[in-house]
Ligand binder design. Structure first.
Ligand SMILES: Cc1ncc(COP(=O)(O)O)c(C=O)c1O
Length: 371
């Protein structure tokens, strides 16, 4: 049985990407690597819609979150950590771990952050230096109105540091237009590449903050990344196979183009949400306008054990979903629809849910996929 991996990352990789990863190693201090890094960096900027500096670092999404924190801030800096879920909480935790003075602004899980509430906090407290915010909260399936949030943060003249791990390349995130100072994403999401590299863009204002930043850093020091990039290198041995993978992925991503990717993610998310509602199930996001185009979170139906549902879909129908994270464990399940995914993948995912619900004694109100 072929597996339909419908979790919000790691996402399935195209065969061309997997094949590229079997390429022989090269000298990471030689001309071939320099050309590869240069090519990928410039290409990534066209997807980030930025002319800011951009670096590829060998780490996961959490590593890029930590990178942004330690390069922007000093211990004792007052920071507003906006959270709508598990990853927003994690951002605040990282900043706290490194000694920032973190003011939490938490919104109910399932809702988006309110830009007006952020404005009020920033107006009230002029000592807040930076705002940490998640673009797409993978744990709740909610996308924050980042453009509006960024506008507020810039009006109030603070730094904005963004976790765009599960959005960039799949959900609109024009880095320069929104003046994002630090913004990071990870290879295993919409990029169709295995876990192993993360990408981060830094604005001029971000570099000014870096100059003042006193948080301890070594491996994740972006100043070192910048110095080595000038020589066509990375400070440390990079995950070369993932660079090959990204290079191959760009051949495919470019065929669709950024707008094509954004449109496909919108279309498949709409299809997923419609199918879920047809079955009589409830989307976890309270306001569908903020429902994510990369991951759909669904409340476990009344009387159905969500973990049984997920298990049955995996074992009987070969479709792999995620359960709920942190305090949402046992309350929701999630369907990933980012990266390499098409209508057939969503149809098969929805019909697996329909069949499993039936087998578990839940009478759904309709047919998941209508022709
Ligand atoms: C929004 C968001 N931020 C951060 C992370 C953390 O990434 P990783 O698990 O690669 O460290 C994830 C991973 O799912 C994510 O979805």
């Amino acid at each position: 049985m072929s597996v339909n991996l419908r979790i919000p990352g790691p996402t399935p990789c195209p065969p061309e990407v997997l094949a590229a990863m079997s390429g022989q190693m090269i000298n990471h201090r030689g001309p071939e690597f320099a050309a590869l890094q240069e090519r990928l960096t410039e290409k990534l900027k066209t997807y980030f819609l930025t002319s800011n500096d951009l670096y590829i670092i060998s780490t996961s999404g959490t590593g890029v979150m930590e990178t942004m924190v330690v390069n922007a801030l000093s211990p004792g800096d007052r920071v507003l950590a906006v959270s709508i879920g598990a990853f927003g909480d994690r951002f605040g935790n990282i900043a706290e771990t490194y000694g920032a003075d973190v003011k939490r602004l938490n919104f109910e899980w399932g809702t988006a952050a309110d830009p007006e509430a952020i404005r009020a906090e920033l107006k009230k407290d002029a000592s807040i230096k930076a705002v940490l915010v998640t673009h797409n909260e993978t744990s709740t399936g909610v996308t924050n109105p980042l453009g509006e949030i960024a506008k507020v943060v810039k009006e109030q003249d603070r730094l904005i540091i963004v976790d765009a791990v599960s959005s960039l390349g799949s959900i609109k995130c024009p880095v320069d237009e929104w003046q994002l100072d630090f913004v990071g994403t990870g290879s295993q999401k919409g990029w169709m590449v295995p876990p192993g590299i993360a990408m981060v863009a830094v604005s001029e204002r971000g570099w000014a903050a870096y100059k003042e930043s006193k948080m301890r850093k070594f491996y994740f020091d972006l100043g070192k990344a910048r110095d080595f990039a000038e020589k066509g290198q990375t400070p440390w041995t990079p995950t070369i196979s993932c660079y090959y993978a990204l290079d191959a992925a760009f051949h495919l991503l470019d065929q669709e183009g950024l707008q094509g990717l954004l449109d496909r993610h919108q279309r498949l998310a709409d299809m997923t949400r419609a199918g879920i509602k047809n079955l009589g199930l409830k989307l976890f996001p309270q306001d569908e306008r903020y429902a994510s185009n990369t991951v759909t979170a669904i409340s476990n139906p009344e009387g159905v054990d969500g973990s049984k549902l997920v298990k049955m879909c995996r074992e009987e129908y070969g479709v792999v979903f995620s359960g709920g994270q942190a305090k949402l464990s046992g309350q929701i399940f999630r369907i990933g629809h980012l990266g390499m995914v098409n209508e057939d993948d969503i149809s098969s995912a929805l019909s697996a849910i329909e069949k499993a619900l039936g087998a578990l004694g839940y009478s759904s109100s309709g047919v998941a996929v209508t022709a």
